[in-house]
Design a protein around this ligand. Sequence first.
Ligand code: DQA
Length: 145
Amino acid sequence: MKILVINGPNLNMLGVREPEIYGSFTLDDIEKELKQYARELDFSIDLEFFQSNFEGEIVDKIQNALDKFDGIIINPAAYTHTSVAIADAIASVNIKTVEVHLSNVYSREEFRHNSYIAPKCLGQVAGFSKTGYKMALLGLYEALK
Ligand code: DQA
């Protein structure tokens, strides 16, 4: 089972970026923990990680996932609230996708309450910090196996 994990803009800055909201761990910490969790869940899970600050690169990555990946976990970061293009890309490839947010976007500013991505997804996990990625993987795994 091949799962693509996509992280959007500024998530490469985790560890430095607003630690009171996002914590003091890095993106590398999230990836290592998720790899370990995948092994515990099922040895056949194969994860690939991708981070970009560019909307078009994320669209390209989703398009290229067609016929290569069984599922996608995505934290679209700020593009969650703005990107029709990423939402359309997910709808185009028809690959089961789970949206993740470290913070509880619904308890933050109003503009973070809308997601263009969530309606194209199997589900959304928000507010559980880096554990949210594991929750997303478990949900996706159960839906795909
Ligand atoms: C975020 C929430 C977004 O609103 C924000 O723009 C981010 C991170 C989260 O993981 O909590 O960059 O996706």
